[in-house]
Design a protein around this ligand. Structure first.
Ligand SMILES: Cc1cc2nc3c(=O)[nH]c(=O)nc-3n(C[C@H](O)[C@H](O)[C@H](O)COP(=O)(O)O)c2cc1C
Length: 472
């Protein structure tokens, strides 16, 4: 089969479910690459089912899942006809561990399938799924679920995704895989295993999607390209102004007055070296104006990956209220986005938009009781007795200390899992009646978003973003 030419615009993957199936589908229908976010998609699907799956889309997608016993297990557990009572909290999904229970795997596979299937429904454009390398224990099952729905591209950043090409090769053949997982406090090797046979009744091979590694430096391109087993099919080169997580600066000690990282020229990728690698690449992070698209192409890039502009589009997962608030602040040129060095439990710098009713306001942060009940950013660690524990810097500090976590580094950690669920209207309700607050991430180069906010002060659609970027 002849391969389609690569797209010019990649709508970047944005978790949790900001780059929704609806958004990715519109980008794909316009002839570019729409990317759904796979991050925490098991919780997203489980919560939408508890809200009654009002448009029926999840059950429509699940009806196409190749094993209906798995589907029955999921619907029995989470689906509530008419939706849960508003004053009741959501039931959580099981946390993924190095030895996950079967239901956790079934749900990860099926939820990834659902989101890709919905994004691909009714057109023949290309769809990608984005994951974070940091959330390693979910990766094999999520890749598989997305592949069952015919995903065309996988894009992974926030770490060094050296194991992914081989995982995709094996899974496409229906072979069991074992992915090395980083476990703290030990030199022992640990793995997460996944066997496609756990979903009975499938036939292989299935399509192997192309893999784009999201990296910040030419050195990582050279490193991953060195060996066929680690070499991706292309790269997104993401600079430090990008929304979401950023690679830390080379000089980790250089910090501003608030302790947040300062980037310099030495943190810029050498684009000549990237172009000379021969791999296709896209530029991301502030490449969100027509001039920047032309600039990227003049460097030899296929095009650009854009996040913030799409995050604010009507079809994105952010709640309408949050989008309105951000677009208004952009129109008035009042929006500040800072690079927070300590907000994310991953330890990576994280872009935070300063908004009054969110956790970016320290008073709101202080009022929240720490709890780690979603647990996607937990790190496994080895106990002295050889057992495996899991810890997250955003959990209660005493618990974190008991688990030998570094409490000094955890002081300002945000619970991104709960906040990001709140960003998309799926925030958890607490026993005291409080609902989890949002925390918005956006890129810090606001040229593109401010220009679009001036053209469309009432908001815009994904197609408007593409027309704007391509100067149509
Ligand atoms: C709301 C938001 C969430 C994001 N989440 C992710 C993510 O989950 N995974 C990822 O690889 N990149 C994530 N990103 C980065 C985007 O995919 C994209 O690379 C980046 O936003 C490009 O920079 P720009 O915002 O200046 O266009 C996120 C960006 C935004 C704005």
């Amino acid at each position: 089969m002849t391969q389609r030419p690569h797209p010019t615009i990649i709508q970047g993957g944005m978790g949790i479910a900001v780059s929704s199936a609806e958004l990715a589908k519109e980008v794909s229908k316009a002839g570019h690459l729409g990317v759904i976010s796979g991050t925490a998609i098991d919780s997203v699907v489980a919560r939408r089912l508890q809200d009654g799956d009002t448009d029926g889309s999840i059950r429509r997608a699940l009806a196409h899942f190749p094993n209906q016993d798995v589907v029955t297990g999921i619907l029995d557990r989470y689906f509530i006809e008419g939706g849960k009572e508003l004053d009741k909290p959501y039931i959580d999904v099981p946390k993924v561990t190095l030895k996950p229970v079967q239901h956790a795997l079934d749900l990860l596979v099926a939820a990834s399938f659902v989101e890709v299937w919905l994004a691909k429904e009714g057109h023949d454009g290309v769809i990608g799924m984005n994951l974070l390398e940091k959330i390693q224990m979910c990766i094999p099952s999520q890749l598989f679920g997305a592949m069952l729905a015919g995903v065309d591209y996988i894009l992974i950043g926030a770490g060094i995704p050296a194991q992914i090409p081989n995982l995709l090769n094996q899974l496409a053949q229906g072979k069991p895989v074992a992915m090395t997982v980083d476990v703290a406090d030990t030199k022992n090797k640990h793995f997460i295993s996944f066997d496609p046979d756990c979903i009975p009744g499938l036939t292989f091979p299935i399509k192997r999607p192309q893999f784009l590694a999201i990296v910040s430096s030419h050195a990582l391109v050279a490193y991953l390209n060195k060996d066929e087993i680690t070499k991706p099919d292309g790269y997104v080169i993401e600079g430090h102004v990008a929304g979401g997580h950023n690679a830390p600066p080379r000089n980790r000690k250089s910090k501003d007055g608030e302790g947040n990282p300062i980037y310099t020229e030495q943190d810029e990728a050498d684009l000549v070296k990237v172009a000379n690698s021969g791999s296709p690449f896209w530029l991301a992070g502030g490449y969100a104006t027509p001039a920047k698209v032309r600039e990227a192409i003049s460097h030899g890039a296929q095009g650009v990956q854009v996040g913030s502009l799409f995050a604010l589009a009507d079809e994105s997962g952010f709640t309408a209220d949050l989008k309105r608030e951000v677009i208004e602040a952009l129109t008035n040129e009042e929006l500040t986005v800072k690079t927070d060095g300590s907000a994310s439990p991953t330890g990576f710098p994280f872009k935070v938009a300063v908004l009054p009713n969110s956790l970016s306001d320290n008073a709101n942060y202080e009022k929240r009781s720490r709890i780690c009940d979603l647990g996607y950013l937990r790190t496994p660690f080895e106990r002295e007795n050889g057992g495996i524990g899991y810890r997250c810097p955003s959990e209660p500090l005493k618990t974190y200390e008991f688990k030998k976590g570094n409490v000094d580094e955890a002081q300002h950690s945000q619970c991104l899992c709960n906040a990001l669920m709140s960003n998309i209207g799926l925030g958890q309700l607490r026993p005291d009646g409080r609902r989890e607050l949002p925390l918005i991430t956006l890129g810090s180069d606001l040229d593109g978003p401010q220009s679009l906010a001036k053209i469309y002060p009432q908001g815009w659609k994904a197609a408007d973003v593409i027309n704007y970027l391509l100067n149509a």
